[in-house]
Ligand binder design. Structure first.
Ligand code: FAD
Length: 308
């Protein structure tokens, strides 16, 4: 395989570097350059939305961005790893490790089953989905709920780490500067009695965009015969410009005993946390409001089932 540099019509340039330092060098020369992996977002933007990008850097052949490593703090996933590759890798990890450690991995595998179709999953990347920051991304609410961390490098090779929760700043706006790229995602292990679930409701099951989706995680600890909520994350997608944490609900639940009596207050707080207005983009507001509540109800039932 050779590094490639192609010049096209209208001064468009296409680079295919083979090393991370070449990517960073190109990015320092062309801060507005687009990174390309599966082209499943950029292709749609240029073909149907009239976007014009002058410089494109394909990073499919850069080993540093294609790593999948099992480490002590979790799984390190290179930003150019394809979704199908991630699916296969996580399935192996789940089969090999203790089940309670892989609750997050299992949720991602289940969510990927309903993410686009095989063709898209074969080419689309983890980093492409994250950096596009679509408000309806099926994975971003999950990365946030599971406490994933994103590693970002600047063109000089300085690496910083940020929580997924702090990464999405606004509509398709993320915490990455023109002189930075996303390097990898750290997907942490779960502890015993820490449960992660994924949710997606679309018009049809296969290959469809969600109406609402969500990622939820709870960590329970037994004290004096009660199951106390030690930590909880509830994040919805498709209800705002960015994936939305139900913060009031999370604060209310923390420290409470995990039982049916929680539900009424939780539903009332969720309505405050996720105030889909009558004219919210996407319509079907009543239905989507009810989905936010029913996802939590499903979460409650399935965690209660798994505990016993
Ligand atoms: P590309 O188009 O190659 O790049 C996307 C963007 O991310 C570019 O702006 C690029 O510059 C930037 N980028 C990529 N990597 C980096 C990096 N390392 N650092 C900085 N910036 C970076 N999405 C869902 O969530 N759920 C679905 O069910 C779903 N279904 C789809 C179905 C179809 C038919 C299509 C076309 C798309 C669908 N998508 C879906 C959206 C899309 O497939 C994903 O967002 C995909 O993961 C994007 O990855 P990519 O490698 O193709 O991105």
């Amino acid at each position: 395989v050779m590094p490639l540099k192609l010049k096209g019509y209208n001064e468009i340039r296409w680079f295919r570097p083979l090393k991370l330092n070449q990517v960073l060098h190109l990015k320092s020369c062309y801060p507005d350059a687009k990174l390309i992996i599966g082209n499943s977002e950029v292709g749609v933007e240029t073909k149907f939305k009239n976007a014009q990008y002058k410089v494109m850097i394909s990073v499919t052949h850069v080993p540093e961005l294609n790593t999948l490593k099992v480490k002590e703090d979790g799984i390190h996933i290179g930003s150019a790893v394809r979704l199908a590759q991630l699916q296969n890798f996580l399935k192996k990890v789940i089969a090999e490790r203790d089940l309670p450690e892989t609750s997050s991995c299992q949720a991602i595998v289940r969510q990927l089953k309903w993410f686009a179709g095989t063709q898209i999953r074969n080419v689309a990347s983890v980093g492409g989905n994250i950096c596009t920051a679509s408000p309806i991304s099926d994975l971003n609410p999950l990365w946030m709920a599971i406490g994933a961390k994103f590693q970002i490098t600047d063109v000089n090779g300085n690496v910083r780490t940020t929580l997924a929760k702090d990464f999405f700043l606004g509509y398709r706006k993320v915490d990455i500067k023109p002189n930075e790229i996303l390097l990898s995602v750290i997907l942490p292990w779960t502890r015993p009695f820490e449960y992660v679930k994924e949710f997606k409701q679309a018009h049809r099951r296969e290959d469809d965009i969600a109406l609402v989706n969500a990622g939820m995680r709870v960590y329970l600890r037994e004290t004096e015969g009660k199951w106390i909520i030690s930590d909880v994350s509830i994040v919805y997608g498709g209800v705002a410009a960015v994936p939305l944490s139900a913060s009031k609900t999370e604060n209310f639940l923390t420290g409470k005993n995990w039982n049916f009596e929680l539900l009424d207050d939780t539903f009332n707080l969720l309505k405050e946390d996720i105030p889909l207005s009558e004219n919210a983009p996407g319509g079907m507001v009543e239905f989507r409001r009810s989905l936010t509540l029913s996802f939590f109800f499903k979460f409650f039932l399935s965690v209660t089932h798994d505990m016993n």
